[in-house]
Ligand binder design. Structure first.
Ligand SMILES: *Cc1c(COP(=O)(O)O)cnc(C)c1O
Length: 385
């Protein structure tokens, strides 16, 4: 089976992990700040907090911004559930903004309309989480202009997008947001096994990350109530979690980062090749925003129109030919958990139309030209059935 995504592990990665295994620290050691510094350089961010997943990074991000019961967070319906769940962890409510049909990212026009209505009904969100679907930045200029005019904070879920850029700056420089989050799950651009980071340029938010990722505990006497009892002393000054990453993971992540540009270039080259190979097909190709350079975590093609029966048969045919196609994503509001919160089919029609047409075809650095040809031929066969 040719999977839709796959990690690339080389000898340097293995050596970096083994070196940690032979060292004094498996966790809370020097590999973690070294990894964080490497991420900060790559994405042009001032502060980086590495944690055990992007899900945890999203949670500490919205918690650091003070999200709580009675607050509302808006995100895109076409994303992994974690972009929305982070609000639920804080007891806040979730709502969604429909997507742009060409880029699959949060639609600024839909956002503008929804903000006008929410202001009238007194239900404005505290935080908006735009998602970098497939590795391509959303229209952050417009989204941030709108959010700022209402005093709303922005957390970019760039889980797909390390190594991407937008408006001539690396994604992660947060020029249009308060915080950016990346994932290092093995299907993403670079991996640490499991892992994620929350990055910001705001020192106060960064110090909140430090507390929240490790139980709300500090050893910094400036943050303590009263004087230190002695060299052993620490204080828990609020409620945090154990979201720490290990040195083993951090060392792998840091080694992987040295190949970030290569991975992103290869993914872009393969995507351009798909554009060429499929340009005369009836299949609809992913739209590109001229301001963005995608990291191409995913290459999503669409059937010309929503047709659940055909969609399923194309999937089954491709899987039978050994192509591990996938679907990113089932719109979050259609999940039973979110339906129990009151969302219903029909709420976000552009996202639902996308769901009935989308197919993620294989894309990862080690995909060969021969395999890519096999994917394209199998897709043609499946469409002709
Ligand atoms: C993968 C992913 C996450 C969660 O990442 P983990 O590191 O697996 O927790 C969140 N949001 C999006 C858009 C993702 O693709």
């Amino acid at each position: 089976m040719i999977p839709y995504g796959r990690q690339n592990i080389d000898k340097d990665d293995i050596d970096a992990v083994v070196e940690v295994l032979r060292s004094d620290f498996l966790t809370q050691g020097p590999a973690i700040p070294a990894f964080e510094e490497a991420v900060a350089k790559k994405v042009d961010a001032r502060y980086v907090s590495a944690v055990n997943s992007a899900t945890s990074a999203l949670h500490i991000s919205v918690a650091a911004l003070g999200l709580g019961p009675g607050d509302i967070l808006w995100t895109s319906p076409v994303t992994f559930v974690a972009s929305a769940n982070c609000a639920r962890y804080c007891g806040a409510d979730v709502d969604f903004v429909d997507i742009d049909p060409d880029t699959f990212n949060m639609c600024p026009k839909a956002l503008e309309q929804k903000l006008i209505e929410a202001e009238k009904s007194g239900s404005l969100p505290k935080i908006i989480v735009p998602v970098h679907m497939c590795g391509q930045s959303p229209d952050m200029r417009q989204i941030s202009k709108l959010a700022r005019s209402y005093g709303i904070k922005i957390v970019e879920d760039a889980s797909h997008a390390i190594g991407a850029s937008y408006d001539a700056a690396p994604v992660g420089s947060s020029q249009y947001s308060d915080i950016t989050v990346f994932s290092f799950h093995p299907v993403k651009i670079v991996t640490s096994g499991e892992g994620g980071v929350a990055v910001t340029n705001d020192p106060e938010i960064a110090s909140r990350f430090e507390l929240l990722r490790s139980h709300g505990i500090t050893r910094n006497s400036d943050l303590m109530t009263g004087a230190s009892d002695g060299p052993w002393y620490y204080q828990q000054i609020e409620l945090g979690w154990n979201y720490r990453i290990t040195d083993i993971q951090a060392a792998l992540g840091r080694s992987q980062l040295t190949r970030l540009e290569r991975f992103v270039e290869r993914r872009n080259a393969l995507a351009t090749e798909y554009d060429q190979l499929l340009k005369n097909s009836e299949i609809v190709l992913p739209g590109r925003d001229p301001l963005a350079r995608s990291s191409f975590h995913l290459y999503v093609v669409r059937l010309p129109k929503a047709d659940p029966k055909r969609h399923r048969s194309v999937f089954e045919s491709l899987r039978a030919s050994g192509i591990g196609v996938n679907l990113h994503y089932i719109p979050v509001h259609l999940q039973p958990y979110y339906q129990r919160l009151g969302f219903a089919s029909g709420d976000f029609p552009v996202a639902e139309d996308y769901y009935h047409r989308a197919i993620s075809i294989p894309l990862y650095p080690d995909l060969t030209e021969k395999q890519q040809d096999h994917v394209v031929k199998s897709l043609e066969v499946a469409l002709a059935l």
